[in-house]
Design a protein around this ligand. Structure first.
Ligand code: B12
Ligand code: SF4
Ligand code: SF4
Length: 317
Protein backbone atom coordinates (compact mmCIF):
# COMPACT_ATOMS: atom_id res chain seq x y z
CA UNK A 1 0.00 0.00 0.00
CA UNK A 2 1.51 3.35 -1.06
CA UNK A 3 1.61 6.20 1.42
CA UNK A 4 -0.36 9.33 0.48
CA UNK A 5 1.52 12.27 -1.06
CA UNK A 6 1.14 14.44 2.06
CA UNK A 7 3.04 11.83 4.11
CA UNK A 8 5.78 11.66 1.45
CA UNK A 9 6.74 15.29 1.61
CA UNK A 10 9.38 15.01 4.33
CA UNK A 11 10.92 11.90 2.83
CA UNK A 12 13.46 13.63 0.49
CA UNK A 13 14.84 15.57 3.45
CA UNK A 14 14.97 12.36 5.50
CA UNK A 15 16.76 10.58 2.63
CA UNK A 16 19.31 13.38 2.40
CA UNK A 17 19.93 13.25 6.14
CA UNK A 18 20.37 9.45 6.17
CA UNK A 19 22.68 9.56 3.15
CA UNK A 20 24.80 12.32 4.67
CA UNK A 21 25.12 10.25 7.84
CA UNK A 22 26.59 7.50 5.63
CA UNK A 23 28.97 10.03 3.99
CA UNK A 24 26.98 10.27 0.75
CA UNK A 25 25.75 13.55 -0.72
CA UNK A 26 22.23 13.37 -2.13
CA UNK A 27 19.81 15.48 -4.20
CA UNK A 28 16.35 14.76 -5.57
CA UNK A 29 14.89 16.51 -8.64
CA UNK A 30 11.98 16.05 -11.03
CA UNK A 31 12.64 13.43 -13.70
CA UNK A 32 11.74 16.02 -16.34
CA UNK A 33 14.96 17.98 -15.50
CA UNK A 34 16.74 15.43 -17.66
CA UNK A 35 15.19 17.01 -20.78
CA UNK A 36 17.07 20.22 -20.06
CA UNK A 37 20.34 18.30 -19.84
CA UNK A 38 19.77 16.23 -22.99
CA UNK A 39 18.86 19.38 -24.92
CA UNK A 40 22.19 20.95 -23.99
CA UNK A 41 23.97 17.80 -25.19
CA UNK A 42 22.15 17.85 -28.51
CA UNK A 43 23.39 21.41 -29.05
CA UNK A 44 26.98 20.52 -28.16
CA UNK A 45 26.84 17.58 -30.53
CA UNK A 46 25.50 19.77 -33.33
CA UNK A 47 28.32 22.30 -32.72
CA UNK A 48 30.94 19.53 -32.85
CA UNK A 49 31.97 20.02 -29.19
CA UNK A 50 31.02 16.42 -28.49
CA UNK A 51 33.22 14.35 -30.79
CA UNK A 52 31.48 11.57 -32.68
CA UNK A 53 33.93 8.91 -31.46
CA UNK A 54 33.27 9.87 -27.82
CA UNK A 55 29.53 10.04 -28.42
CA UNK A 56 29.49 6.56 -29.95
CA UNK A 57 31.68 5.03 -27.24
CA UNK A 58 29.88 6.44 -24.18
CA UNK A 59 27.08 8.94 -24.69
CA UNK A 60 24.91 7.07 -27.18
CA UNK A 61 23.87 4.70 -24.37
CA UNK A 62 22.34 7.27 -22.02
CA UNK A 63 18.83 6.28 -20.85
CA UNK A 64 16.48 8.40 -22.92
CA UNK A 65 13.40 6.20 -23.04
CA UNK A 66 12.07 6.06 -19.51
CA UNK A 67 9.64 3.29 -20.42
CA UNK A 68 12.60 0.99 -20.84
CA UNK A 69 13.70 1.13 -17.19
CA UNK A 70 11.12 2.80 -14.99
CA UNK A 71 7.89 3.64 -16.85
CA UNK A 72 6.36 5.49 -13.87
CA UNK A 73 9.47 7.54 -13.08
CA UNK A 74 8.69 11.04 -11.84
CA UNK A 75 11.81 11.64 -9.74
CA UNK A 76 15.53 11.43 -10.16
CA UNK A 77 17.97 10.96 -7.26
CA UNK A 78 21.64 11.90 -7.56
CA UNK A 79 24.32 10.62 -5.18
CA UNK A 80 28.02 11.37 -4.66
CA UNK A 81 29.93 8.64 -2.78
CA UNK A 82 33.55 9.48 -1.80
CA UNK A 83 36.15 7.11 -3.23
CA UNK A 84 39.95 7.16 -2.84
CA UNK A 85 42.54 6.07 -5.43
CA UNK A 86 43.09 2.31 -5.58
CA UNK A 87 46.67 1.05 -5.37
CA UNK A 88 47.72 -2.33 -6.76
CA UNK A 89 51.19 -3.81 -6.28
CA UNK A 90 52.94 -5.88 -8.95
CA UNK A 91 56.21 -7.77 -8.45
CA UNK A 92 58.45 -8.18 -11.47
CA UNK A 93 61.86 -9.87 -11.51
CA UNK A 94 63.81 -6.89 -10.24
CA UNK A 95 61.30 -4.32 -9.06
CA UNK A 96 58.00 -3.61 -7.45
CA UNK A 97 55.43 -1.40 -9.21
CA UNK A 98 52.58 0.35 -7.45
CA UNK A 99 49.88 0.91 -10.04
CA UNK A 100 47.21 3.54 -9.44
CA UNK A 101 43.57 3.27 -10.44
CA UNK A 102 41.91 6.71 -10.17
CA UNK A 103 38.77 7.26 -8.09
CA UNK A 104 35.43 6.18 -9.66
CA UNK A 105 36.67 3.01 -11.35
CA UNK A 106 35.73 0.98 -8.27
CA UNK A 107 32.20 -0.38 -8.19
CA UNK A 108 30.00 0.40 -5.22
CA UNK A 109 30.31 -2.14 -2.45
CA UNK A 110 26.88 -3.60 -1.77
CA UNK A 111 26.67 -2.54 1.84
CA UNK A 112 28.32 0.86 1.46
CA UNK A 113 26.41 2.54 -1.36
CA UNK A 114 23.22 4.55 -1.47
CA UNK A 115 21.05 1.66 -2.62
CA UNK A 116 20.44 -0.01 0.77
CA UNK A 117 19.37 3.36 2.18
CA UNK A 118 16.96 4.04 -0.69
CA UNK A 119 15.54 0.54 -0.36
CA UNK A 120 15.00 0.85 3.36
CA UNK A 121 13.09 4.10 2.91
CA UNK A 122 11.14 3.40 -0.28
CA UNK A 123 10.17 -0.29 0.14
CA UNK A 124 7.85 0.24 3.14
CA UNK A 125 6.19 3.18 1.34
CA UNK A 126 5.50 1.02 -1.73
CA UNK A 127 7.83 2.84 -4.15
CA UNK A 128 10.75 1.62 -6.21
CA UNK A 129 13.98 2.91 -7.77
CA UNK A 130 16.33 1.78 -10.49
CA UNK A 131 19.87 2.87 -11.38
CA UNK A 132 19.91 5.11 -14.48
CA UNK A 133 22.68 5.92 -16.96
CA UNK A 134 22.42 9.69 -17.40
CA UNK A 135 24.83 12.66 -17.76
CA UNK A 136 25.85 12.71 -14.13
CA UNK A 137 28.09 15.78 -13.85
CA UNK A 138 25.57 18.17 -15.30
CA UNK A 139 22.76 16.67 -13.18
CA UNK A 140 24.96 16.95 -10.07
CA UNK A 141 25.86 20.58 -10.78
CA UNK A 142 22.42 21.79 -11.77
CA UNK A 143 20.79 20.09 -8.78
CA UNK A 144 23.19 21.97 -6.49
CA UNK A 145 25.09 18.89 -5.33
CA UNK A 146 28.41 19.83 -6.99
CA UNK A 147 30.13 22.52 -9.04
CA UNK A 148 32.21 22.25 -12.20
CA UNK A 149 35.98 22.62 -12.06
CA UNK A 150 38.00 23.98 -14.96
CA UNK A 151 39.29 20.43 -15.49
CA UNK A 152 35.69 19.48 -16.45
CA UNK A 153 35.27 17.32 -13.38
CA UNK A 154 32.88 18.23 -10.59
CA UNK A 155 33.80 19.08 -7.03
CA UNK A 156 32.05 18.82 -3.67
CA UNK A 157 33.06 20.13 -0.28
CA UNK A 158 34.84 17.49 1.78
CA UNK A 159 35.95 15.21 -1.07
CA UNK A 160 37.36 17.40 -3.86
CA UNK A 161 36.69 15.48 -7.07
CA UNK A 162 37.34 12.08 -5.47
CA UNK A 163 33.85 10.60 -5.49
CA UNK A 164 31.62 8.52 -7.66
CA UNK A 165 28.37 9.94 -8.98
CA UNK A 166 25.27 7.85 -9.59
CA UNK A 167 21.61 8.46 -10.46
CA UNK A 168 18.39 6.59 -9.78
CA UNK A 169 14.96 6.85 -11.39
CA UNK A 170 11.99 6.49 -9.06
CA UNK A 171 8.20 6.57 -8.99
CA UNK A 172 8.38 8.28 -5.61
CA UNK A 173 6.36 11.50 -6.08
CA UNK A 174 8.05 14.04 -3.83
CA UNK A 175 11.39 15.78 -4.46
CA UNK A 176 13.23 18.90 -3.35
CA UNK A 177 13.83 19.92 -7.00
CA UNK A 178 16.42 22.66 -6.54
CA UNK A 179 17.70 23.49 -10.07
CA UNK A 180 20.16 26.09 -11.38
CA UNK A 181 22.41 26.88 -14.38
CA UNK A 182 25.82 25.11 -14.48
CA UNK A 183 28.36 26.90 -12.24
CA UNK A 184 32.15 27.07 -12.18
CA UNK A 185 33.76 26.71 -8.73
CA UNK A 186 35.11 29.96 -7.25
CA UNK A 187 38.43 28.18 -6.64
CA UNK A 188 38.95 27.94 -10.43
CA UNK A 189 38.46 31.62 -11.14
CA UNK A 190 42.16 32.50 -10.69
CA UNK A 191 43.68 29.09 -11.38
CA UNK A 192 44.56 27.06 -14.46
CA UNK A 193 46.92 24.47 -12.93
CA UNK A 194 44.96 21.54 -14.36
CA UNK A 195 45.22 22.89 -17.91
CA UNK A 196 48.99 23.19 -17.60
CA UNK A 197 49.26 19.69 -16.11
CA UNK A 198 47.24 17.95 -18.81
CA UNK A 199 49.80 15.93 -20.82
CA UNK A 200 47.78 15.68 -24.01
CA UNK A 201 46.38 19.17 -24.51
CA UNK A 202 42.83 17.89 -23.93
CA UNK A 203 42.23 20.90 -21.65
CA UNK A 204 43.20 23.36 -24.33
CA UNK A 205 41.59 26.57 -23.03
CA UNK A 206 39.87 27.34 -26.35
CA UNK A 207 36.56 26.26 -24.80
CA UNK A 208 35.22 25.01 -21.48
CA UNK A 209 34.53 21.42 -22.55
CA UNK A 210 37.46 19.01 -22.54
CA UNK A 211 38.57 17.71 -25.95
CA UNK A 212 37.51 14.27 -24.80
CA UNK A 213 38.85 12.46 -27.86
CA UNK A 214 42.34 13.69 -26.84
CA UNK A 215 42.00 12.72 -23.18
CA UNK A 216 44.47 10.04 -22.08
CA UNK A 217 41.62 8.21 -20.36
CA UNK A 218 39.76 7.88 -23.66
CA UNK A 219 42.90 6.43 -25.23
CA UNK A 220 43.92 3.96 -22.53
CA UNK A 221 40.42 2.70 -21.69
CA UNK A 222 40.10 1.45 -25.28
CA UNK A 223 41.72 -1.74 -26.54
CA UNK A 224 42.65 -0.14 -29.89
CA UNK A 225 46.41 0.62 -30.28
CA UNK A 226 47.62 3.94 -28.83
CA UNK A 227 47.68 6.68 -31.49
CA UNK A 228 51.15 7.99 -32.45
CA UNK A 229 50.66 11.33 -30.67
CA UNK A 230 50.39 9.57 -27.28
CA UNK A 231 53.90 9.51 -25.87
CA UNK A 232 54.54 6.50 -23.57
CA UNK A 233 55.64 8.79 -20.72
CA UNK A 234 52.13 10.30 -20.62
CA UNK A 235 50.86 7.11 -18.96
CA UNK A 236 51.11 6.94 -15.19
CA UNK A 237 48.05 4.91 -14.10
CA UNK A 238 46.89 1.34 -14.69
CA UNK A 239 43.93 2.93 -16.46
CA UNK A 240 42.81 6.54 -16.87
CA UNK A 241 44.83 9.57 -15.85
CA UNK A 242 45.31 11.52 -12.62
CA UNK A 243 47.12 14.66 -13.85
CA UNK A 244 44.27 17.20 -13.82
CA UNK A 245 43.06 15.94 -10.43
CA UNK A 246 46.44 15.42 -8.76
CA UNK A 247 47.57 19.01 -9.38
CA UNK A 248 44.33 20.54 -8.11
CA UNK A 249 44.65 22.32 -4.74
CA UNK A 250 41.14 21.16 -3.84
CA UNK A 251 42.30 17.53 -3.95
CA UNK A 252 45.42 18.03 -1.85
CA UNK A 253 43.85 16.65 1.38
CA UNK A 254 42.82 13.42 -0.40
CA UNK A 255 45.92 12.69 -2.49
CA UNK A 256 47.56 10.44 0.10
CA UNK A 257 44.49 8.29 0.74
CA UNK A 258 44.82 4.92 -0.97
CA UNK A 259 42.80 1.75 -0.94
CA UNK A 260 45.38 -1.06 -1.28
CA UNK A 261 43.49 -3.84 -2.97
CA UNK A 262 45.95 -6.60 -3.97
CA UNK A 263 49.55 -7.66 -4.52
CA UNK A 264 50.53 -9.80 -7.51
CA UNK A 265 53.49 -12.19 -7.37
CA UNK A 266 56.18 -12.34 -10.08
CA UNK A 267 54.42 -15.29 -11.73
CA UNK A 268 51.02 -13.57 -11.63
CA UNK A 269 52.46 -10.35 -13.04
CA UNK A 270 54.14 -12.33 -15.85
CA UNK A 271 50.86 -14.04 -16.69
CA UNK A 272 49.09 -10.67 -16.92
CA UNK A 273 51.86 -9.11 -19.00
CA UNK A 274 51.85 -12.00 -21.44
CA UNK A 275 48.12 -11.47 -22.05
CA UNK A 276 46.89 -14.77 -20.58
CA UNK A 277 43.09 -14.87 -21.02
CA UNK A 278 41.26 -14.14 -17.76
CA UNK A 279 39.70 -17.62 -17.47
CA UNK A 280 43.11 -19.28 -17.93
CA UNK A 281 44.64 -17.48 -14.95
CA UNK A 282 44.89 -19.25 -11.59
CA UNK A 283 41.88 -18.94 -9.29
CA UNK A 284 43.95 -16.85 -6.89
CA UNK A 285 44.99 -14.41 -9.67
CA UNK A 286 41.40 -14.11 -10.82
CA UNK A 287 40.32 -13.42 -7.24
CA UNK A 288 42.97 -10.71 -6.84
CA UNK A 289 41.93 -9.11 -10.13
CA UNK A 290 38.34 -9.07 -8.98
CA UNK A 291 39.38 -7.42 -5.71
CA UNK A 292 41.32 -4.85 -7.74
CA UNK A 293 38.32 -4.03 -9.98
CA UNK A 294 40.35 -5.31 -12.92
CA UNK A 295 38.51 -8.49 -13.81
CA UNK A 296 35.85 -6.91 -16.01
CA UNK A 297 36.43 -4.94 -19.20
CA UNK A 298 39.57 -3.39 -17.70
CA UNK A 299 41.42 -6.71 -17.93
CA UNK A 300 41.51 -6.31 -21.73
CA UNK A 301 43.82 -3.28 -21.39
CA UNK A 302 45.69 -4.22 -18.20
CA UNK A 303 48.66 -6.11 -19.71
CA UNK A 304 49.32 -3.36 -22.26
CA UNK A 305 48.92 -0.49 -19.77
CA UNK A 306 51.06 -2.19 -17.11
CA UNK A 307 53.83 -2.85 -19.65
CA UNK A 308 54.00 0.89 -20.42
CA UNK A 309 54.24 1.73 -16.71
CA UNK A 310 57.07 -0.77 -16.25
CA UNK A 311 58.93 0.66 -19.26
CA UNK A 312 58.34 4.18 -17.92
CA UNK A 313 59.77 3.08 -14.57
CA UNK A 314 56.69 4.76 -13.03
CA UNK A 315 55.69 4.13 -9.41
CA UNK A 316 58.69 1.97 -8.59
CA UNK A 317 59.38 1.18 -4.98
C1 B12 B 1 32.00 9.89 -21.36
C2 B12 B 1 32.79 10.02 -20.08
C3 B12 B 1 34.16 10.21 -20.18
C4 B12 B 1 34.86 10.41 -21.52
C5 B12 B 1 34.53 11.84 -22.04
C6 B12 B 1 34.69 12.94 -20.98
C7 B12 B 1 33.77 14.15 -21.15
N1 B12 B 1 33.97 15.17 -20.40
O1 B12 B 1 32.88 14.14 -21.97
C8 B12 B 1 36.35 10.19 -21.13
C9 B12 B 1 36.71 8.73 -21.41
C10 B12 B 1 37.37 11.06 -21.87
C11 B12 B 1 36.30 10.44 -19.64
C12 B12 B 1 37.40 10.81 -18.90
C13 B12 B 1 37.37 10.98 -17.54
N2 B12 B 1 36.34 10.72 -16.70
CO1 B12 B 1 34.56 10.29 -17.29
N3 B12 B 1 32.76 9.96 -17.71
C14 B12 B 1 32.13 9.94 -18.84
C15 B12 B 1 30.62 9.79 -18.60
C16 B12 B 1 30.21 8.35 -18.98
C17 B12 B 1 29.77 10.82 -19.37
C18 B12 B 1 30.33 12.25 -19.31
C19 B12 B 1 29.57 13.21 -20.20
O2 B12 B 1 28.38 13.38 -20.03
N4 B12 B 1 30.25 13.82 -21.17
C20 B12 B 1 29.66 14.75 -22.10
C21 B12 B 1 30.10 16.17 -21.74
C22 B12 B 1 29.63 17.14 -22.83
O3 B12 B 1 29.46 16.51 -20.51
P1 B12 B 1 30.15 17.48 -19.42
O4 B12 B 1 31.59 17.12 -19.37
O5 B12 B 1 29.34 17.43 -18.19
O6 B12 B 1 30.01 18.84 -20.17
C23 B12 B 1 29.19 19.87 -19.73
C24 B12 B 1 29.98 21.08 -19.33
O7 B12 B 1 31.05 21.25 -20.24
C25 B12 B 1 28.90 22.16 -19.46
N5 B12 B 1 29.43 23.40 -19.93
C26 B12 B 1 29.59 23.80 -21.21
N6 B12 B 1 30.13 25.03 -21.22
C27 B12 B 1 30.30 25.43 -19.94
C28 B12 B 1 30.85 26.58 -19.39
C29 B12 B 1 30.92 26.72 -17.98
C30 B12 B 1 31.52 27.93 -17.38
C31 B12 B 1 30.44 25.68 -17.14
C32 B12 B 1 30.52 25.78 -15.65
C33 B12 B 1 29.90 24.49 -17.71
C34 B12 B 1 29.85 24.39 -19.10
O8 B12 B 1 27.94 21.68 -20.41
C35 B12 B 1 28.36 20.41 -20.90
C36 B12 B 1 27.16 19.58 -21.29
O9 B12 B 1 26.19 19.51 -20.30
C37 B12 B 1 30.50 10.04 -17.05
C38 B12 B 1 29.48 9.16 -16.31
C39 B12 B 1 28.07 9.66 -16.57
N7 B12 B 1 27.15 8.75 -16.65
O10 B12 B 1 27.84 10.85 -16.64
C40 B12 B 1 31.93 9.78 -16.53
C41 B12 B 1 32.46 10.71 -15.46
C42 B12 B 1 32.15 12.11 -15.88
N8 B12 B 1 33.89 10.51 -15.55
C43 B12 B 1 34.50 10.66 -14.42
C44 B12 B 1 35.93 10.66 -14.28
C45 B12 B 1 36.47 10.59 -12.87
C46 B12 B 1 36.77 10.74 -15.40
C47 B12 B 1 38.31 10.84 -15.39
C48 B12 B 1 38.93 11.67 -14.31
C49 B12 B 1 38.82 9.40 -15.41
C50 B12 B 1 40.17 9.11 -14.83
N9 B12 B 1 40.44 9.39 -13.62
O11 B12 B 1 40.99 8.60 -15.48
C51 B12 B 1 38.58 11.49 -16.79
C52 B12 B 1 38.56 13.03 -16.70
C53 B12 B 1 38.57 13.76 -17.99
C54 B12 B 1 38.15 15.22 -17.81
N10 B12 B 1 39.07 16.09 -17.44
O12 B12 B 1 36.97 15.54 -17.98
C55 B12 B 1 33.53 10.85 -13.25
C56 B12 B 1 33.56 12.29 -12.74
C57 B12 B 1 33.42 12.41 -11.23
C58 B12 B 1 33.54 13.85 -10.83
N11 B12 B 1 34.15 14.10 -9.69
O13 B12 B 1 33.08 14.75 -11.51
C59 B12 B 1 32.14 10.44 -13.94
C60 B12 B 1 30.92 11.24 -13.50
C61 B12 B 1 31.93 8.94 -13.63
C62 B12 B 1 31.29 8.69 -12.25
N12 B12 B 1 30.37 7.74 -12.18
O14 B12 B 1 31.57 9.29 -11.26
N13 B12 B 1 35.04 10.29 -19.14
S1 SF4 C 1 43.47 22.93 -10.73
FE1 SF4 C 1 42.67 25.00 -10.34
S2 SF4 C 1 41.46 25.49 -12.20
FE2 SF4 C 1 41.80 23.29 -12.22
S3 SF4 C 1 39.99 22.41 -11.24
FE3 SF4 C 1 41.53 22.68 -9.61
S4 SF4 C 1 41.13 24.73 -8.74
FE4 SF4 C 1 40.04 24.59 -10.72
S1 SF4 D 1 42.35 13.06 -17.42
FE1 SF4 D 1 44.49 13.49 -18.07
S2 SF4 D 1 44.47 13.65 -20.31
FE2 SF4 D 1 42.33 13.79 -19.57
S3 SF4 D 1 41.95 15.97 -19.34
FE3 SF4 D 1 42.69 15.29 -17.34
S4 SF4 D 1 44.92 15.57 -17.40
FE4 SF4 D 1 44.18 15.73 -19.52
Amino acid sequence: MRSPKSESQNVPVDMKRKMEKAGILFRSVLYSRLDDVYNSYAELKKDGVIHEKVFNAYLAFFDKDKNAKCPNAVSLFITATPQPQLRITFHTGDRVIQGIIPPTYAQFREREGAEPILKKILDPLGFSFVRGYVPLKRMAVQSGLAEYGRNNLTFITGSGSFYKLAAYFSDFPSVEDFWREPVLADSCKNCSACMKACPTGALAGDRFAVHAEQCLTFVNELTTPFPDWVRPEFHHCLIGCMRCQAICPRNKPFMNLFDDRAEFTIQETDDILSGTPLDKLSEMTQHKLEKSELSGESYATLGRNLKVLINNRAHLI
